[in-house]
Design a protein around this ligand. Structure first.
Ligand code: 5GP
Length: 141
């Protein structure tokens, strides 16, 4: 497997070198809005520990990650009045992975509404900001 690259875009976001709409942080994970959302409210949950994806992650990283994914999924469902939640994760280019730092997609789904394409259109910064505010409010309640 290719080695982890410390300069991938999510490593830079974790270090605060490039901006993101961060909605949650604890000792092991952060969550921020996806810039090319497949639906309004599409959020990424990202462990702080470096790994390319699930295949090379330390099991302790995975164990800490899933409770946060659940917390974010519950809040996304409330904040975006979703009928369901898609949780997905890609490993390596053949599977569709495009950023090589482990992350879990949390995407609100509404009955009869198809998701947009993976890594499709860039969302406007003001829309991402408003969505992040909604999600932060749901996480607080
Ligand atoms: P992957 O294909 O690796 O599972 O997903 C990477 C995700 O990261 C995509 O959904 C893409 O829209 C999102 N993404 C790519 N670059 C950035 C960025 O600079 N900031 C944020 N917040 N999301 C990004």
């Amino acid at each position: 497997m290719t080695a982890y690259d410390n300069n991938n875009i999510f490593a830079k976001i974790l270090r605060g070198e490039i901006p993101s709409e961060r909605v949650y942080e604890d000792d092991t994970c952060v969550a921020f809005m996806d810039v090319m959302p497949q639906a309004q409210g599409h959020t990424l949950v990202v462990p702080k520990a470096p790994s390319r994806n699930l295949l090379d992650a330390d099991p302790t990283t995975l164990a800490a990650l899933m409770p946060t994914v659940q917390k974010i999924a519950q809040a996304v469902k409330v904040a975006f009045d979703a009928d369901g939640i898609v949780v997905k994760q890609y490993n390596e280019p053949a599977a569709g992975q495009t950023v090589y730092h482990l992350h879990i997609h949390v995407i609100p789904a509404h009955d009869g509404v198809p998701l947009k394409a993976h890594t499709g259109e860039m969302e406007k910064p003001e829309v991402l900001k408003a969505n992040a505010e909604k999600l932060r409010a749901a996480l607080k309640s």
